[in-house]
Design a binder for this molecule. Structure first.
Ligand code: GDP
Ligand code: CA
Length: 338
């Protein structure tokens, strides 16, 4: 039975995994998929624990996602948020829809009564039946913060603000000097995380944000080491196509850590497992085929294929390419090889 482990952020990781599950349903129905999800974006809002990436993955795989937005629930209302605002509380820059709020209330209740985040996630997934095992990267709170390079509203230069405030309130346009994962030193991988990497037949880094999604997961002590030592192949899918983030502001994160916004630079940033990195294989878009020689020279087996997840069939086809690269087997002749 094939075991596949995916390290995911929100939208990109969720959509890729949905395509992977669709492909496996047709080709390998006994395969199991574990998704290790970034929790660096988690925060307390109005007394509720909000886990943006876990919820995006859970709703996307469970059929409850707002497809246009890529996060939250469809047919939402904002009545509770409006009431909270009427008390002069809440966050004007972060919307919590009424249906979504129910998820946060249940999760927060479970956490307050002593459940771990893993247990709370498992409980929520009993309703959503995502078709994959969802594991938070850690049960210990780790929250990504951005250090402001300039003053912004009530914040001063040098101050750390929560990543979601930088991302959602400031649309990543206020310059920052770096990211800090608050709580990381004392964080351990959640139960099952290291095992899911070590016992997998294939580990996939989907097209998620390389800095604040996959980068944060890899920073949890022990996870990067597990990726480097697993007998499974580790393959990644570039979130960058033709020098641009497909959606969102991943380029702002890459700029901040001094990595160019290109499929080649991100692949080299992850690095080859033959060196000090985490990748055996790397999928770049057809338009980025020029990056193949440099990636090959760095010890990464790179292949150029269509990377746009336009709909269910193109996303399933992309997942199939990741599986093929992971098998390091024969590839159809039409594709360019490193
Ligand atoms: P977030 O937590 O919701 O920001 O989601 P992720 O961490 O999973 O990463 C989102 C990233 O996925 C975006 O910044 C894009 O670079 C990438 N992405 C989104 N859609 C596509 C797509 O269709 N193809 C590829 N290759 N990347 C995509
Ligand atoms: Ca996220």
């Amino acid at each position: 039975m094939t075991a596949i482990t995916v390290l995911a952020g929100g939208i990109g990781g969720a959509r890729f995994t949905r395509g992977l599950l669709r492909h496996l349903a047709d080709t390998d129905p006994d395969a199991t998929v574990t998704v290790i999800v970034n929790t660096g974006d988690d925060m307390w809002l109005d007394g509720l624990r909000v886990c943006p990436d876990l919820d995006t993955v859970m709703y996307t795989l469970g059929g409850g996602i707002n497809e246009e937005q890529g996060w939250g629930r469809p047919e939402e209302s904002r009545r509770a948020s409006a009431e909270i605002a009427a008390y002069g509380r809440g966050w004007s820059w972060f919307t919590l829809g009424d249906l979504d709020l129910a998820t946060h209330i249940v999760r927060s209740d479970l956490l307050r009564s002593g459940s771990t985040l893993s247990e709370a996630t498992e409980f929520l997934c009993r309703r959503w039946q995502p078709g994959a095992r969802l594991l938070p990267m850690s049960d210990t709170p780790v929250e990504t913060h951005a250090r402001l390079a300039i003053d912004a509203d009530e914040h001063r230069a040098g101050e750390l603000i929560h990543f979601e405030e930088w991302w959602v309130r400031y649309r990543a346009t206020v310059p920052v000097t770096g990211f800090v994962q608050v709580g990381l030193e004392s964080a351990a991988p959640a139960p099952g995380v290291v095992d899911a990497i070590l016992t997998a037949d294939l580990v996939i880094l989907p097209p998620s944000n390389p800095v604040v999604s996959v980068g944060t997961i890899l920073a949890v002590p022990g996870i990067r080491e597990a990726l480097r030592s697993t007998a499974a192949a580790v393959v990644g899918v570039s979130p960058i196509i033709a020098g641009a983030a497909v959606r969102g502001m991943a380029d702002a994160c890459l700029n901040t850590i001094g990595v160019q916004t290109s499929a080649e630079a991100v692949g080299l940033h992850y690095g080859s497992r033959a060196g000090n990195g985490v990748l055996d294989g790397w999928l770049v878009d057809e338009t980025d085929a020029g990056a193949l020689p440099a990636l090959a020279a760095a010890g990464i087996r790179a292949v150029a294929v269509p990377l746009w997840m336009r709909d269910a069939p193109t996303t399933a086809a992309l997942a199939a390419e990741a599986l093929a690269l992971g098998a390091l087997g024969a590839h159809p002749a039409h594709r360019a090889h490193a």
